[in-house]
Each structure stands twice: as C-alpha cells, then as structure tokens.
Design a protein around this ligand. Structure first.
Ligand code: CA
Length: 443
C-alpha cells in the first residue's frame, strides 16, 4: 500500500451520516477528509485538529475521547493540540492512512463504531470555527515549475530569452519567508518598497503600484530526511503529506528592480496566503496522472526520473482565480472568475521538487512548505497572475460591473479555488483560499 493506491475509502458510492457531505457540489465528501487546525471562533482555546465533512467539521480529539479512533492515532492527534499537525506529519503515511480509515469508518452511513449517536457531540459547523496555519512551517521554498508562467513572464522581462538555459533541467526555486504566511482570510497591507520605472533615474521608494497575486499549489512535507541523506525519486511520495492552495502575493515593480542577481526578496516576503484544509495525498489518489516529457523537452536527469513518478507523479487539480473588488463587495456582487488551469500541466511533479530539494543533502522537516510556482495554462486567458492576464499591465481587464484592473487595488479580495474531478470518482475540493489587500501604511 502507498499513498497512490486506491482502496475502499475512495469508493464513490460511500455516503456519510452527515447529510451535507452527500451533495454533488460539496468540496468535502467522505472521500476527501482533509485536515486543519481550528478552534471556536473568538475563543482562546488551543487550536486542535479537525477534519471537514460537508459543511461540518469533526473535532478529532473529541472524536478520540469518544472512542472513535484507534489508540495510536488518538495519541498522535492529541500531540497536535496547540502545536499543529507536525506530529501526524512526522508519523508517516502508514499512520496517516490508519487515521483516514478510522475516520471513514466513523463517518460512513450506517457506521457501527461511530455514527451520530456517538459522534454528534464532536461535530461543529465549519462556519463557527476560526483557523490557523495547519502546521508549524519551519521552511518555505517556492519553486517556479509552471512553464507557461515562466515563459510569459520571461518574455516580459527578457523578450529574446524567456526561458533561461537551466529551466528545463533544474526545478528552479528560492527560499521564501515563513513569518508572513497566513491562512485564508488573511488581510495584509500593501507593501512599500524601492522601485525604478524604465525611464526614471534614480529609483524611488513608496507604496507598490503593481501588486499582484500568484495562483500556486503548496505541498506540505510529511516525514523528513536526515541532513546529508537525499530522498530518492522512488521514495519521494512517502515524504509528501498533502496539498493546499497557495497565493504568493507579489509586488511586480519591487520585483523587477530587485530580482537580479539573487532572485525575489521584498517583492514576495510581505504576505503569502494558504488554504486551511490540507488535502492528503491519500485523498488525491484517484486524480493522479502520468508524467512525461515530449517534443523538444529533455528527459529529466536520472535522479529525477523513476517509474512511479512517470506513471503517477502528476496530480490533476482544476484551479481558478476569482476577484472581488470593494465596490463588488459593497454591492453584494459575487467574486468574478478570472481564469482556470490544471495542475497536471505543472512542469515538475512535487516528488521531483522534493527529491531535487534534498539532493544536496538538505534536510527537509515535517511541515516544510513547497510552493509549485504560478500555475498558468497554455492559453493567454489562463494566466495565473495579473502580470500575465494584463500583459504586464498594458491590457486592463474589465470586470462585469465595468471596473477595470491592471493590478490589484486596495480593498480587492482574491479567492483561489481548487477541485479534483475524474470519471468514476467523487469530486473533492480544497475549500477557498481568500486574501484581501489593505491600504499601505505611509504615515
Ligand atoms: Ca511564486
């Protein structure tokens, strides 16, 4: 058994006694069971682990106290209280799968060990909860594995030379900032920074004028590797815990001036937003896809090439970006969808990114975050950032209410959406990843 294997928990005919999880459009049917850290909104309780089921959430420690989970799973979940999911991440895929099996047994319609009589006391509406980051994230690395984004952005910065020679060989990345990571609902100030317009001399300092989002998928590391000991591509899946949506907010004017020679710095480090629910690698098993290189793309070097990765390394996730301006919010106009792409188009798989990351002996730790890079599709209207959708700010987008945008304005909210669909399987989703821009502090 591996996290890539299908078992009875993926059976599309499974239904739960939690009625809201049986509708076709829910992100959280019993086949999903993502994990998050939450508590009653407004309380000062320690955050504790929950799973989502329909519009409800099951308090996993309360469920354990009610006897619905095996002792070894219960012990690890109790260790997560006030700490984040790191103990469960460190425990590895076998215990995580045992947890999934126990939760399905407790939540399935006609459950013998669980059921409403036993577990209703542990079930709360998600709308009554507040969330925090799912784990303590020690390190955050952002990759650049969306080749359509890299090509389009490369053309804007270097028209004659969009993809640098290493792009098709090396999973490019840089070290990101952990302190400014936030969970969906994050509100952040427009950053200030140094910038220089092409015709200006010298540079200036002030509020960012070209504030953007980036549509990414984040992977959270499960078990780590000792320093000095790489992770082979065939073992890499065992080190992945689950996936989230990730918005890598980006200040394009600051970025353009600072990024050479050492890469992004203050253009990225002011805020990054994650979705609260971690969709486990087990839940994603029905949506795995083959990985291949065709045409004039070189085959990966041997350390990034393995049979499991070739057969199942990719994941098909339908990704969307929605924008709601302050005026739309005031008029109660719902967010407007700007684009759609598929994570199966990513140039490198997370197994390859993880293996590459550890290939020099770098020790990854439970809870480390790997960002995928911006996930744009092949078509111009599939850009995963405004930089792409507006051709570097030259072609404004017109929203349904007539407002126009090149880059984000104060009060704009951006929602990332992700869901998985495949014939013969239940649709699962990630829940929204929302962030809102507040005015810069200039006083
Ligand atoms: Ca990025």
């Amino acid at each position: 058994m591996s996290s890539l294997s299908l078992d009875h928990t993926h059976d599309p005919s499974l239904r739960s006694w939690v009625a809201s999880s049986n509708t076709n459009d829910t992100d959280f049917p019993i086949q999903n069971l993502p994990l998050a850290m939450a508590r009653a909104a407004g309380s000062s309780e320690p955050f504790r682990p929950f799973t989502a089921i329909g519009d409800q959430a099951l308090d996993l420690v309360a469920a354990a106290d009610l006897g619905a989970l095996p002792a070894e799973v219960a012990d690890v979940l109790r260790a997560c209280v006030g700490q984040g999911l790191n103990p469960l991440m460190a425990a590895g895929p076998t215990l995580r799968r045992r947890c999934r099996h126990a939760l399905v047994a407790a939540l399935v319609e006609g459950s013998e060990g669980g059921g409403p009589a036993r577990l209703s006391a542990a079930l709360v509406p998600q709308s009554t909860l507040e969330f925090t980051l799912p784990c303590r994230i020690g390190d955050y690395t952002d990759f650049y594995a969306g080749i359509h984004h890299a090509t389009t952005v490369g053309k804007l910065f270097r028209p004659d030379n969009p993809l640098l020679p290493n792009y098709k060989w090396v999973p490019i990345g840089y070290h990101g900032r952990v302190s400014s990571l936030g969970v969906s609902g994050q509100q952040f100030r427009r950053p200030l920074g140094q910038m220089k317009a092409p015709d200006a001399e010298p540079p200036s300092f002030g509020p960012c004028k070209r504030l953007d989002y980036e549509l990414e998928v984040g992977a959270l590391v499960g078990q780590g590797n000792p320093q000095g000991q790489p992770v082979s591509i065939d073992q890499a899946e065992d080190h992945l815990f689950g996936l989230v949506l990730l918005n890598d907010w980006s200040a394009r004017d600051i970025q353009a001036w600072e990024y050479q020679p050492l890469g992004p710095f203050l253009s990225k480090s002011f805020a990054t937003t994650l979705s609260p629910w971690v969709v486990t690698m087990e839940a994603l098993a029905p949506f795995r896809r083959s990985f291949s290189r065709t045409g004039d793309h070189p085959q990966p070097l041997p350390y990034l090439d393995g049979a499991v990765n070739r057969e199942q390394g990719a994941v098909s996730i339908q990704l969307e970006v929605h924008l709601q301006t302050a005026a739309m919010c005031a008029a109660q106009v719902p967010p407007h969808r700007l684009m759609r792409s598929d994570f199966a188009d990513c140039y490198w798989t997370f197994a390859q990114m993880l293996t590459h990351h550890a290939s020099n002996g770098c020790n990854l730790q439970p809870g480390d975050l790997l960002g995928s890079g911006t996930q744009s599709g092949a078509q111009p209207d599939q850009g995963g950032s405004l930089l792409e959708l507006t051709q570097g700010g030259k072609q404004p987008l017109t929203l349904p209410n007539g407002e126009q945008r090149t880059f984000l304005q104060d009060g704009d909210s951006v929602t990332l959406v992700g869901f998985c669909e495949a014939p013969g399987h239940r649709r699962i989703g990630f829940g929204p990843c929302v962030g809102t821009v507040l005015p810069a502090i200039t006083g």
